[in-house]
Write a protein of this length. Structure first.
Length: 195
């Protein structure tokens, strides 16, 4: 991590994971999507920046952004920081990426990759994509595509043997372009303990 990574968001601030991991992704060769106009993790669009989640994103509308996906409740700064510390403490497990609109100091897109460790397959790990959201006002800028692309490349870099996600019917076509498919005989099943 460079000193700029810390200073960029204030002295007290910290990223969830080392930002250099994103800089080192071989996006040019590993990307599965096509972009028109061309964008990349280094250049997601005018005044936009793609980076790890920082603690200060609580003040940049991160929770508000998540509320465009599902219920978020009323999370205080203390609760946010405690959860952030939990996730970071797990090390090499939670990779939450955001896109910030630097002109507004607001996060306008996010996606998570979670690495789950296993005993099977010679102590392999699998990846899960979670909580992909792009602010409604930024639709059509290929940002969901970029987030997915980055997380899919990152998943391979951190040595996962497979990557999965859950989505609504209307999103199946979108996710197929990154190589996701429904496997014969496999079903997503869920049981909910709270509304
Ligand atoms: C979608 C999300 C999932 C998220 C869930 C929240 C993607 C690919 N899928 O399934 O990650 O956790 O919605 O909905 O972003 P819920 O609050 O009803 O569980």
């Amino acid at each position: 991590m460079t000193s700029n990574d810390k200073q960029a968001n204030g002295v007290e601030d910290e990223p969830l994971f080392d930002p250099s991991i994103l800089r080192e992704l071989d996006f040019e060769h590993k990307s599965r999507a096509t972009y028109n106009p061309n964008i990349s993790p280094q250049n997601p669009g005018e005044m936009l920046k793609l980076r790890p989640l920082y603690k200060s994103d609580y003040d940049k509308g991160y929770m508000n952004l998540l509320s465009q996906l599902t219920k978020v409740g009323n999370v205080s700064r203390e609760e946010f920081e405690a959860r952030f510390n939990d996730l970071k403490g797990c090390g090499d497990t939670y990779y939450i990426v955001v896109i910030e609109d630097m002109s507004l100091n607001q996060v306008i897109g996010t996606g998570s990759l979670v690495k789950e460790r296993k005993f099977l397959r010679q102590c392999a790990s699998r990846g899960r994509i979670e909580d992909i959201v792009v602010n409604n006002a930024y639709r059509g800028k290929q940002l969901g595509k970029l987030l997915l692309d980055v997380l899919t490349i990152l998943c391979q870099k951190i040595d996962c043997y497979k990557l999965s996600l859950e989505c609504l019917d209307g999103m199946v076509k979108f996710y197929k372009q990154f190589g996701f498919d429904k496997e014969d005989g496999q079903n997503y099943m869920v049981q909910r303990f709270h509304d």
